[in-house]
Design a protein around this ligand. Structure first.
Ligand code: NAI
Ligand code: OAA
Length: 348
């Protein structure tokens, strides 16, 4: 290697090590408030990689891992990672209260996943009961926590959670979120590939709900502009985003649904919630929340996160004719899924 090349490699290494130092100082335990994050369903396909990603998050001081089975092993494993948070595992319903107590954010990936040929709604019968039990405990042990609902069908489990909290007298619509971040992650990835733009720079809002046609990516608002996309390109990107979950379910051929990409998406959303709680300005993510953006009581759109959860629900912006049509088409299905959740919560 020539001396000039050696010098430039040495200076690059010096820069990297000093920025690592700055990063660790910026995120040192002293600089960040204590924050407890609980993951319910932590031993599952999503739960395990999500537990790892939350362990890597310097905003977390206490990581609580709950499941009905398998959490001691997951907690022991993750706890050896040399990052800020203290990890504790909890197993079985008699430990649920301790798992939840003092939580700032509760992430729920508990419940059964799809197999090929199933819709998310086919999971309702099992997952509705699981979500109801967990939310009843949240109302009792950490009523002020921000709840990130991952369990499907999200279009129904979020309304179930809202009704459980209302019944317990703890409902705060600013603190309940259906996690739709994976739809955004997919829309960004697929758009970047087609428009030939750097994926790290892409922004695409995804609105509506989290199942099939209720997932409505707004590619007319995608940034940055890249290669000119035809109407057919946009239709194909929309369909692929709507069917992204099914694409994974089929590829896994009976071994579950998206877990790794979902853990990534769940960690992005939980991180946004923590930043909002910590007062970081202008934290915006799409989420399925109680909303007046349309005539439906719950709807996913861009949401600004703050110290109390939802700070502002942003409107839809201007839509293309194709997106306007998609919006009208999704409403009856989304309405029925919301009503199904509310009815379940009242009847059980
Ligand atoms: N919102 C989204 O974008 C996505 C949602 N999902 C949903 O997430 C859920 C979990 O998926 P996977 O992790 O793949 O399933 P999995 O079966 O691998 O893991 C689920 C975990 O939940 C646990 N569990 C069951 N009942 C419980 C209870 N009462 N309390 C606590 N834990 C309980 C199980 O023991 C298991 O460890 C599914 O409903 C799936 O459809 C999956 C991907 C994306
Ligand atoms: O498709 C599923 O069943 C899991 C899910 O919600 C997704 O991957 O978007």
């Amino acid at each position: 290697m020539r001396p000039s090349m050696i010098r430039s490699v040495q200076s690059a290494l010096r820069r990297a090590s000093s920025s690592r130092h700055l990063l660790s100082r910026a995120y040192s335990a002293n600089a960040c408030p204590e924050r407890k994050v609980a993951v319910l369903g932590a031993a599952g396909g999503i739960g395990q990689p999500l537990a790892l990603l939350m362990k890597l998050n310097p905003l977390v001081s206490h990581l609580s891992l709950y499941d009905i089975a398998g959490t001691p092993g997951v907690a022991a494993d993750v706890s050896h990672v040399n990052t800020r948070s203290e990890v504790k595992g909890y197993m079985g319903e008699d430990q649920l209260g301790a798992a939840l107590e003092g939580s700032d954010v509760v992430v729920i990936p508990a419940g059964v996943p799809r197999k090929p040929g199933m819709t998310r709604d086919d999971l309702f019968n099992i997952n509705a009961g699981i979500v109801k039990t967990l939310c009843t405990a949240i109302a009792k042990y950490c009523p002020n926590a921000l709840v990130n609902m991952i369990s499907n069908p999200v279009n129904s489990t979020v309304p179930i959670a809202a009704e459980v909290f209302k019944k317990a007298g703890t409902y705060d619509e600013k603190k309940l979120f259906g996690v739709t971040t994976l739809d955004v992650v997919r829309a960004k990835t697929f758009y970047a590939g087609k428009a030939k733009v750097p994926v790290s720079e892409v922004d695409v809002p995804v609105v509506g709900g989290h199942a099939g046609i209720t997932i409505l990516p707004l590619f007319s608002q995608a940034k940055p502009l890249g290669s000119n996309l035809s109407e057919d390109d946009i239709k194909a990107l929309t369909k692929r985003t709507q069917d992204g979950g099914t694409e994974v379910v089929e590829a896994k051929a009976g071994k579950g649904s998206a877990t790794l990409s979902m853990a990534y998406a769940g960690s992005i959303f939980a991180d946004a919630c923590l930043k909002g709680l910590n007062g970081v300005p202008d934290v915006v993510e799409c989420s399925f929340v109680q909303s007046t953006v349309t005539d439906l009581p719950f709807f996913a759109s861009k949401v600004r996160l703050g110290k109390n959860g939802v700070e502002e629900i942003l409107g839809l912006g201007s839509l293309s004719d194709f997106e306007k049509e998609g919006l009208e088409k999704l409403k009856p299905e989304l309405k029925a899924s919301i009503e199904k959740g509310i009815k379940f919560a009242h009847g059980n």
